[in-house]
Design a protein around this ligand. Structure first.
Ligand code: AMP
Length: 191
């Protein structure tokens, strides 16, 4: 199986690159942000609880997102692989993911970390906010909070995967295609 963690701060291009990867490698895309927004759109209890947290740019509780991932993994026993986009975001989530994959006799193949500086991220998110309709893209102080949460709770996961020799850092600036080429080269390294 090819199990990829696509990693990076909000606005790094994880979703865009994930789309290209799932088409080429036939992977199942697991974006916790997309799943949560789906819950909000459907007005579920989970969605109602998550909305105010997401609108502030904070992280939803670990057990909520871990439960969502567990249920999708269980429903796809014959998958060729998964691409984890926006998950894990904390050490607890990363440890749970290792454990869940271990139970399925598989593991993370690589973490592809997209590096983009703060000014560029803010610019991209504000631009995306004009059309995404996302409250958390529309306001600069919320964007700053999301980046702060990332630096505090999520960025340390690079060390977590580096210890397992799985971290590959990629510059996330340039054309979509040029970044995707670097991603494919990184995947070739592990094959
Ligand atoms: P994203 O679409 O990945 O930018 O996620 C949007 C928002 O959803 C985040 O700012 C969090 O509030 C929430 N979220 C998404 N994934 C996670 C996760 N793995 N852990 C906690 N909160 C998450």
């Amino acid at each position: 199986m090819l199990n990829i963690v696509i990693f990076g701060p909000p606005g790094a291009g994880k979703g865009t690159q994930s789309q290209l990867l799932i088409d080429q490698f036939n992977l199942i895309h697991l974006s916790t942000g997309d799943i949560l927004r789906g819950e909000i759109a459907q007005g579920t209890e989970l969605g109602i609880k998550a909305k105010s947290i997401m609108d502030r740019g904070d992280l939803v509780p670990d057990e909520v997102v871990i439960g969502m991932i567990r249920s999708i993994l269980e429903k796809n026993p014959n998958a060729k692989g998964f691409i984890f986009d926006g998950f894990p975001r904390t050490t607890v989530q990363a440890e749970s993911l290792d454990q869940m994959l271990n139970e399925l006799n598989t593991s993370i193949s690589t973490m592809l970390s997209l590096d983009v500086d703060v000014d560029e991220l803010t610019k991209r998110l504000l631009e995306r906010g004009k059309s995404s309709g996302r409250a958390d893209d529309a306001n600069e102080s919320i964007i700053r909070n999301r980046i702060k949460e990332y630096n505090k709770k999520t960025a340390p996961l690079k060390k977590f995967y580096a210890k397992q020799n799985k971290l590959q850092s990629i510059t996330g600036v340039g054309s979509v295609d040029s970044i995707y080429t670097k991603i494919c080269e990184a995947i070739d390294q592990i094959k």
